[in-house]
Design a protein around this ligand. Structure first.
Ligand code: BGP
Length: 501
C-alpha cells in the first residue's frame, strides 16, 4: 500500500537541470587490467562466483604453492603474496572492455540523453603501486580522453576516486588502510586528479560506500573480537581524514568542485512495535548509516560514537590535526546508493533474507529480486526525506537499480519490463521526496550498461539499459544491444521525469 498524502501539492516536473544518468565503476567495467602500466587491485585476484558460491582470492604461498582464500574477509597466510593464477577466471580482467570501447558506450549514453555519467578512476592506472611520487601519464591520459568524450555530448562526469580498488601493493607493503601513511598516498592520488581534470570534472565522490566494512562486520558475526572492530573504526578514521583533505584540496584547486560522501544506503525498519526493536533499529541506523555520513557531512564525530566504540572496547588514535582536517573538509553533497530495505528485530525467526551486505527478517509486505534483495521503492523516499532533514545538503542518488537475468530473444530484442517497473517505482518515490522538500539534484542508475557484479562476479546479474554479450565464464563478443529499458529511460530524460510510462 503506497502512502498518499492528503492535500499534497504535486509539482509536475523534476527541477530544471536535474542530473539524470547512470553509474559504473572501473574494476567492474574497464577490463584492460594489465594494460598501459596499470597496477593490481584486489579485484584482479578475485575469481568469479555466484549467489551461492563466494568469490575466492588467489595467492602464492611462501613455498611458491598456489592457494585460494575462501572469501574476501580472510587474510593471507604468513609470507604469501596475492597472485593471478593460470587456471582461474577473473571477471575484472576484461570486464566489459570499457577501456577500449568507451567512445561507443558514451555515445549510447548520450543517445539516452544522459546529463551525468558516474564512473570511477582506477587508482592503479595513475599510481600502479600507490606510493610513487609521479603519476603514470598513460593512466592520466586515459581518463582525460574519457572526460573529453563526455564533454563532447554535454555529459557531466561524476567521478568516484576510490571504488573498492585500493592498490594491492599498498595492501601488501603497508597493510592498506590500517596504516596512517595511506592518507598521504590518497592525497597525492586525489590531488593529481583534481589538477589534471580541472575544467573537465566538477562532481567528485571520495570513497564508494565508505560504510560497507561496518555492514560486513554486522553481517558476519563469526568474529566479534574487539581487534576486528578496532581495525575497522581506525581504518574508517583514516579514510575520513583522507576524504576531508581531498575535499579541502578539491575546493582549493577549483572552487567549482563539489564533493560528495558515498554511503551504502539501506532503509532499516523495526520488525515489531516492541520498544527494544525500536531502539535496536535506531542504533542500527546510527552504526551503519549515520556514523560515516555524520562525520563526513558535519566534520566531527557524533555523540553516539562513544557508545559504538565502547561496545567493542575501541580506542581511536585521533590527532588534533585530524580534527581540524575533518572540520575543514565537510562534503558538499550527500550521495548514496539505495537498493533495498531491511528489518531489525530482537525476536527470533528463521525466515532471514540477505542482500547488499545486510540480512534481516523477510518483510511480508515486500517482494524480492532474483538475488534476494527486497524491492522497496518507498524505502527510497524514506531515506531521501530523512537525510535531507538531517544534513540539509543536496542529495544525489548515485546507485539504484535491479540486478536481474535478461533474456536475449532470437530477434535480438530484450524485454526487461521488470527493470522498468523497478526504476519507475523508485523515480516516483524520489519525486515524492522532492515534492516534500528534499533537495535531490540527480539520479544515476547503477550499471547503466551491464557489467560485472561486485558481490558475485557474475555477468548474468544484469542492471543495464544496454546489454553486453558476455557470460559468467568470460565467453561472448562484448557486443552492445539496447534493451527496452533503454528507450524508456530516454523518454524519461527527454521529458525530465514527466513521462514515466
Ligand atoms: C554497490 C556497489 C557497486 C555495485 C552495486 C550492486 O554496493 O557500490 O559497485 O556493484 O552495489 O551490487 P552487485 O554488483 O553485487 O549486484
Amino acid at each position: 500500500m503506497n502512502v498518499q498524502l492528503q492535500n499534497q501539492k504535486e509539482s509536475s516536473k523534476f527541477p530544471d537541470g536535474f542530473l539524470w544518468g547512470g553509474a559504473v565503476a572501473a574494476n567492474q567495467c574497464e577490463g584492460a587490467w594489465n594494460v598501459d602500466g596499470r597496477g593490481l587491485t584486489k579485484a584482479d585476484v578475485t575469481t568469479g562466483g555466484s549467489k551461492k558460491k563466494e568469490r575466492k582470492i588467489t595467492y602464492i604461498d611462501q613455498d611458491g604453492q598456489p592457494g585460494e582464500l575462501q572469501n574476501k574477509r580472510c587474510s593471507l597466510p604468513k609470507g604469501a603474496k596475492y597472485a593471478v593464477l593460470e587456471d582461474h577466471y577473473y571477471p575484472s580482467h576484461e570486464g566489459i572492455d570499457f577501456y577500449h570501447r568507451y567512445k561507443g558506450d558514451i555515445a549510447l549514453f548520450a543517445e539516452m540523453g544522459f546529463k551525468v555519467f558516474r564512473l570511477s578512476i582506477s587508482w592503479t592506472r595513475l599510481f600502479p603501486n600507490g606510493d610513487e611520487e609521479v603519476a603514470n601519464e598513460k593512466g592520466v591520459e586515459f581518463y582525460r580522453n574519457v572526460f573529453e568524450e563526455c564533454q563532447k555530448y554535454g555529459i557531466e562526469p561524476l567521478v568516484t576516486l576510490s571504488h573498492f580498488d585500493t592498490p594491492l601493493y599498498l595492501e601488501e607493503q603497508y597493510g592498506g588502510w590500517n596504516n596512517r601513511k595511506m592518507i598521504e598516498f590518497y592525497e597525492r592520488f586525489t590531488t593529481t586528479c583534481f589538477q589534471a581534470y580541472k575544467g573537465l570534472v566538477k562532481y567528485w565522490i571520495t570513497f564508494n560506500e565508505i560504510n560497507h566494512p561496518l555492514m560486513i562486520a554486522e553481517l558476519f558475526q563469526d568474529d566479534n573480537s574487539s581487534e576486528k572492530y578496532q581495525a575497522i573504526y581506525q581504518q574508517l578514521h583514516y579514510q575520513f581524514v583522507a576524504s576531508a583533505r581531498a575535499v579541502r584540496n578539491a575546493h582549493k584547486i577549483d572552487p567549482e568542485n563539489q564533493v560528495g560522501c558515498m554511503i551504502c544506503g539501506i532503509t532499516f525498519y523495526p520488525g515489531t512495535p516492541d520498544p527494544s526493536d525500536i531502539l535496536s533499529n535506531r542504533y542500527k541506523w546510527e552504526k551503519i548509516i549515520y556514523y560515516c555520513g555524520d562525520v563526513q557531512c558535519r566534520g566531527e564525530y557524533p555523540s553516539y560514537a562513544k557508545r559504538l566504540w565502547d561496545e567493542h572496547n575501541v580506542e581511536l588514535e585521533i590527532t588534533e590535526q585530524d580534527k581540524i582536517d575533518l572540520k575543514e573538509g565537510c562534503v558538499d553533497l550527500y550521495t548514496f546508493s539505495y537498493y533495498m530495505s531491511t528489518i531489525v528485530t530482537n525476536h527470533k525467526t528463521d525466515d532471514i533474507v540477505s542482500g547488499n551486505y545486510s540480512s534481516g527478517v523477510r518483510n511480508p509486505y515486500l517482494t524480492y529480486s532474483q538475488w534476494g534483495w527486497a524491492l522497496d521503492p518507498e524505502g527510497l523516499r524514506y531515506y531521501l526525506e530523512s537525510m535531507y532533514d538531517r544534513y540539509h545538503k543536496p542529495l544525489l542518488v548515485t546507485e539504484n537499480g535491479l540486478g536481474a537475468v535478461d533474456v536475449l530473444e532470437e530477434d535480438g530484442t530484450i524485454h526487461d519490463e521488470y527493470r522498468v517497473d523497478y526504476l519507475r517505482a523508485h523515480v516516483k518515490e524520489m519525486k515524492a521526496a522532492i515534492d516534500h522538500g528534499a533537495d535531490v539534484i540527480g539520479y544515476t542508475s547503477w550499471g547503466c550498461i551491464d557489467l560485472i557484479s561486485s558481490s558475485t562476479g557474475e555477468m548474468s546479474k544484469r542492471y543495464g539499459f544496454i546489454y553486453v554479450d558476455r557470460d559468467d565464464q568470460g565467453n561472448g563478443t562484448f557486443k552492445r544491444i539496447k534493451k527496452d529499458s533503454f528507450y524508456w529511460y530516454q523518454k524519461l530524460i527527454r521529458t525530465n521525469g514527466e513521462d514515466l510510462e
